[in-house]
Design a protein around this ligand. Sequence first.
Ligand code: NAP
Length: 450
Amino acid sequence: MIGAGPAGFYCADQLLGQGFEVDLYDVLPTPFGLVRAGVAPDHPKIKSVTRVYEKTAAKPGFRFFGGVELGSDVQREDLLERYHAVIYAVGTAADNKLGIPGEDRPGSHAATEFVAWYNGHPDFADHEFDLTASRAVVIGNGNVAIDVARMLVLDPDEVRPTDTADHAVAGLAAAQVEHVIMLGRRGPAQAAFTNPELRELGELARADVIVNPEEVELDAHSAAWLESEGEPTNRRNVEILREYAQRPPGSKSHRIELRFLRSPLEVIGDDDGPVSALRVMRNRIEPDESGRLRAVPTGEEEVIECGLVMRSIGYRGNPLPGVPFDERRGLIRNDGGRVTDEEGAPLAGEYAVGWIKRGPSGVIGTNKKDAADTVARIAEDVEAGRLNEPRVDDPEECHRWLSRRIPGLVTWEGWQAIDTHEQGLGEPQGRPRVKLVRVPEMISIAERRS
Ligand code: NAP
């Protein structure tokens, strides 16, 4: 199994239950994927799902190999020589692009990078975010956009007791952002937020939530859609937003404002200089031929002055060397979890699970069902004798091979040493942990136990 995030762990657990032995690989010395490096640090309850994964790791037949990159440290062919099944659970690490001028100018960031930075992902520990602007725009109407907007205005006293990386605790405390504008290209009825996350925006200690009443007046198409086909989540989102629109003006020092029906056209600034504004197009909602409600430009433009832009418009996968990839969808080419070639024929013993299989949607628990579907395909292939036939079928030899090849290989015991060390650093500060953000330091702590 390649990738020790939620999908990898749920899949590993179900395979262990079916009598398989599972080696779970990760490129980082630490497990848990987006639970460690994605879930917002002020949501410790969501992060506590790692206890479930720890139970999986304690089961006989489970091994963790951290610090192993597929494509550089080991190749797909190496794994197919050693395993009956190789399952890709690598998630979707890249960000979608807006494809507009100025997108990459200083002060315009992918939300993925900001999230990875405040969560202490080693690859982003040296990123610099200039948070001195007083107004920021967050583009996108999903839960990641909500996380980013909220983190920008949390009171430093709310950030300090969390496991936010130390560099980000300091960076966020010094931030001067007072006004965050969240932009949706479609309307309130089409927002991708889930209800608890949207509700939380209205309960922040030092930020008021602002929605102009005219922003939540629904067009006829959206009103009819909400009535007939809209999910309860969509209806409830609209209710919550209407409640926000009726709130009397607040007096908190910070504010998060939601604006809808606006698509970014250009990130404005001087020459190669930093962001000074965002030019947007006002949209209206219209159904396309399939009946899906889409944003259509009205021709009316606006300029929103701001010094920081966070682009939070979804993720896409990075291709893995040698593994069939659907460029259009940004996912591993697969049929219900079976990796397939260009013609759609399944490749023996190769599977996908989680976001790299179905796309970046749903909550953590969605990956449990997703894993069950892939494991059902594996079980069918076991029955039909369609698994891969490895040349080396010896788990001990596999461990020796990896240890020879990767000097800093981190086992589960090594991760437990890192975990204990981080928690020990956090304890005197009343924090769940202080995250290590340097891979060499993680490896040296892990080697005390590996
Ligand atoms: P998401 O839910 O898919 O939202 C992406 C947003 O970007 C949508 O509002 C989409 O609008 C918008 N968008 C896409 N392309 C755009 C463009 N070119 N211009 C303007 N807007 C554009 O993605 P996400 O926020 O990255 O979240 C990923 C998944 O993680 C979701 O399932 C989410 O619920 C989950 N998550 C959950 C939590 C939590 O439970 N607390 C926290 C974080 C993330 P359209 O609808 O118009 O396409």
